[in-house]
Design a protein around this ligand. Structure first.
Ligand code: NAP
Length: 262
C-alpha cells in the first residue's frame, strides 16, 4: 500500500530539467513538500509554478551548485529555515560530458566536472543532510544512479566510473545507516531522453538527437514513477535498487532502432 507524502519534506537536486524536474513534480503529486535546487534559477521558477499548479503548494526553490560547498550549505540552511526538517533527499544532479577514450587527447576538465558533480556533489549533499534525515525519524536517501554504474562502455570510462561510485556509496550508506530510521535506495535508468545528451555533446543538439533516433527511450516520468514508488512504500520496506531500461535497450551497446536490433 502506498504511503502519502503529506507532512514530509523532499529535496531534489538538479530539479530544473529532465529527470529531477519529473521527480519533483511526481513527489509533489503524492503530497510531499518540495525543496528544489539547480544552477539555473529561472528554470527552477518554471518548475515551481508547475508544482504549485499541481499541488497547491509553492516549493522552496533556490540556486544550488552541488560542486560548490558554499552553495550547498546555503541551500541546505535555506531549506531548514523554510521547513524545519528534511525527510527525503533525492541526489539527482549529474551529467556525462563527452565520449572521450582514456587516452592522451581526453579532456580532463570534463572528467573533473563529472567527478565533482556526480560523486562529490552527491557526497557534499548527503554528509550534511544525514543528521537531519536521522532526526526526522523517517528519512530516505534516493540516489539516481544509472545502468552505467553496472556496465562500462567505451568512451564512458569516467561517467561509468562516477556511477559505479554512486552504487558503492549507496551500498556503504545502506550499511552505515542500518538500525537508523533512514532508508537508502538507488534508481538506475538506462537511456532517458532529456537534455542529458545535449549536455554530453556540449550543446550539439543534432548529435544528441541521433542517440535516440528510431528507438523509444525512457521518459523522465518513467524514472520519476520509480522514485515515487520507492518513496511511498511503508517505512519498513527499503527498495535497495531498481534498474529500468527502455524496451528497445538490452544493454549499453545493443539497442533496437525501428524494431531492428543493431
Ligand atoms: P538533464 O536533463 O541534463 O538534467 C540534469 C540536471 O542536473 C539539471 O537540472 C541541471 O540543472 C542539474 N545540474 C547539473 N549540474 C549541476 C550542478 N553542478 N549543481 C546542481 N545541479 C546541477 O539530465 P537528466 O537525464 O535529467 O539527468 C539527471 C540524472 O539522471 C543524472 O544524475 C544522470 O547521470 C542520471 N541518468 C540519466 C540518464 C539519461 O539517459 N538521461 C540515464 C541514467 C542516469 P542546472 O544546469 O540548472 O544546474
Amino acid at each position: 500500500m502506498a504511503i502519502s507524502g503529506e507532512g514530509k519534506v523532499a529535496i531534489v537536486t538538479g530539479a530544473s530539467a529532465g529527470i529531477g524536474q519529473a521527480i519533483a513534480v511526481g513527489l509533489a503529486r503524492v503530497g510531499f513538500s518540495l525543496a528544489v535546487g539547480a544552477r539555473r534559477k529561472e528554470r527552477l521558477d518554471d518548475v515551481s509554478k508547475e508544482i504549485e499548479r499541481i499541488s497547491g503548494a509553492r516549493p522552496y526553490a533556490a540556486a544550488l551548485d552541488v560542486t560548490d560547498t558554499t552553495s550547498v550549505e546555503r541551500f541546505i540552511s535555506g531549506v531548514l529555515d523554510h521547513y524545519g526538517k528534511v525527510n527525503v533527499l533525492v541526489n539527482n544532479a549529474g551529467k556525462a560530458l563527452g565520449l572521450d577514450h582514456i587516452d592522451a587527447s581526453a579532456n580532463e576538465d570534463d572528467w573533473q566536472e563529472m567527478l565533482d558533480t556526480n560523486v562529490m556533489g552527491l557526497l557534499r549533499m548527503t554528509k550534511r543532510l544525514v543528521p537531519y534525515l536521522i532526526e526526522s525519524g523517517d528519512g530516505h536517501i534516493i540516489n539516481i544512479g544509472s545502468t552505467a554504474g553496472h556496465e562500462a562502455y567505451a568512451g564512458g570510462g569516467v561517467y561509468c566510473g562516477t556511477k559505479f561510485a554512486v552504487r558503492a556509496i549507496t551500498g556503504a550508506l545502506r550499511q552505515e545507516l542500518l538500525g537508523k530510521p533512514v532508508r537508502v535506495s538507488s534508481i538506475d535508468p538506462g537511456m532517458v531522453e532529456t537534455e542529458f545528451s545535449i549536455v554530453r555533446f556540449h550543446g550539439d543538439e543534432d548529435r544528441a538527437a541521433k542517440v535516440y533516433e528510431g528507438l523509444r527511450p525512457l521518459r523522465a516520468e518513467d524514472v520519476a514513477d520509480c522514485v515515487v514508488f520507492a518513496a511511498t512504500r511503508p517505512f519498513h520496506v527499503n527498495i535497495d535498487e531498481m534498474i529500468l531500461k527502455s524496451i528497445d535497450q538490452a544493454d549499453s551497446r545493443r539497442v533496437a532502432r525501428h524494431g531492428q536490433p543493431s
